[in-house]
Ligand binder design. Structure first.
Ligand SMILES: [Zn+2]
Ligand SMILES: [Zn+2]
Length: 139
């Protein structure tokens, strides 16, 4: 079992929740794909009880397991920094493609520097660049 999955199980346990099959399957899918729409997630799951999916997504959000990437009126879900390397995104507003950007140490340092004067402690952050991807630009 990978260590993220173990950490996920422990997090559930610490909150008095069971590591049910749907929860584990949701988590594993989110590990496999960089970002998924809820509809994509549902089509990939072996169980099709949408109420269970929505309920568990809500729990995942409350526990800080996932981030929601806004995509117009829709959104995509991905695992939070707790379960994968910190990174930023580029999202295409036409086709919805999400590109994960490599971590940039200088940028991270710069962010820390900017808030330093405000006596503010960052617990986490997300940067999402929205625009038109290469493929959509060529159309
Ligand atoms: Zn595109
Ligand atoms: Zn960052």
């Amino acid at each position: 079992m990978n260590k993220e999955l173990q950490a996920f199980k422990k997090l559930l346990q610490d909150h008095g929740m069971f590591a049910t099959k749907p929860r584990l399957q949701l988590f594993e899918l989110l590990q496999q794909y960089p970002a998924l729409k809820i509809s994509e997630l549902i089509s990939l799951l072996s169980f099709h009880d949408q109420a269970t999916v929505y309920r568990n997504i809500k729990i995942f959000e409350q526990l800080g397991v996932i981030n929601r990437l806004r995509l117009g009126w829709e959104s995509k879900l991905e695992l939070s920094d707790l379960f994968q390397h910190h990174h930023h995104h580029m999202t295409c507003i036409k086709c919805g493609a999400v590109t994960t950007l490599p971590e940039d140490r200088l940028l991270e340092q710069q962010i820390a520097k900017i808030v330093h004067n405000y006596n503010f402690v960052i617990t986490d952050h997300q940067i999402e660049l929205r625009g038109i991807c290469k493929l959509c630009k060529e159309e």
